[in-house]
Ligand binder design. Sequence first.
Ligand SMILES: [Ca+2]
Length: 86
Amino acid sequence: MSLDNKRGFTSEDLEAAFDQADTDRTGTLNLEELTALFKAMDPDFPENDVQAFLKYIDLDEDGRMSLNEFKLLFRSCSAEEGKILK
Ligand SMILES: [Ca+2]
């Protein structure tokens, strides 16, 4: 996967992170779980941004992030950052 050499997020890393964030074991991340995940990575991460992320990536609009949506989020992030950095 092309992701590996960019940010160091492998598919397995993302699955592990997702798994850890899914504290109630529903297989999806709700806003609360997502907020906790982002805060764990960056304590100053604005909650509004978490909401915006969720809205952006939540294609089926059920208010939860699936593992696939989660992976898409990190993929689109690193792709965009790659563009900006170049
Ligand atoms: Ca959950």
